[in-house]
Design a protein around this ligand. Sequence first.
Ligand SMILES: Nc1ncnc2c1ncn2[C@@H]1O[C@H](COP(=O)(O)OP(=O)(O)OP(=O)(O)O)[C@@H](O)[C@H]1O
Length: 249
Amino acid sequence: MTNPRKNHERRADMTNNALMRLNRVTRTYHMGEVTVNALKETTLDVYQGEILVILGPSGSGKSTLLNIMGGMDLPTTGEVFFDKHNLGLANDNQLTSYRRNEIGFVFQFYNLIPDLTARENVELAADLVDGPLAVADVLRDVDLADRMDHFPSQMSGGEQQRVSIARAAVKNPRLLLCDEPTGALDYQTGKLILALLVQINRDRGSTVVIVTHNTPIGDMAHRVIRMRDGAIAEIRENASPLSPERIEW
Ligand SMILES: Nc1ncnc2c1ncn2[C@@H]1O[C@H](COP(=O)(O)OP(=O)(O)OP(=O)(O)O)[C@@H](O)[C@H]1O
């Protein structure tokens, strides 16, 4: 069952409709004598309904940025707003509720619960939120209708990633955060996974952020950010994003 509030007016809007706003955000780690500036002063709007791809070499701050967007990490300085709410002012319960209700996460290595079937993994996520989508519908959307009762160990990497996408999508989140979603998959399977993310963006209006090393994946995005050394080196808009089937790497 769909939550009408969450589906309200979801569409790509590149003008002034920021779903998320990062204002001069930094993240610093102190390890003994060493200070690592994982994220230098970063200001960025993430627009409602867009697909945003974040590129950059290893250690450039991509995951740090994604974790801050998802409320899994907090900035050292600066402000993060989600739909005008300042996450820096949220208490632990409010941050948990933010992660649960607004965010879907997709990880490189799926992070499924091994003792639960595909259906049960997705049900667990659905049970956490108000107004989830129907579990069976979402599993059908990712083409796993006939594998619902299989355990992760009985599935290929691509199938497990599809379960993990279903687990994120069933919450009908406003923001879907994907950290190297194709990193463990072969080329063809990777493309299928990217096509699913495009489908969710198009059909459900979820804003999708994808972190990847893989430069050509940027061609499917509405906007591409290139990170270098903890900072945004470039932001590029794609007038005509390519469908994942047409991307080659
Ligand atoms: N918990 C931590 N403690 C100390 N340093 C950290 C921690 N997390 C990240 N860093 C450092 O912050 C910098 C940015 O890391 P981050 O994981 O964001 O990079 P990345 O671009 O996602 O890299 P990769 O593509 O390899 O995943 C790196 O120098 C990393 O070593």
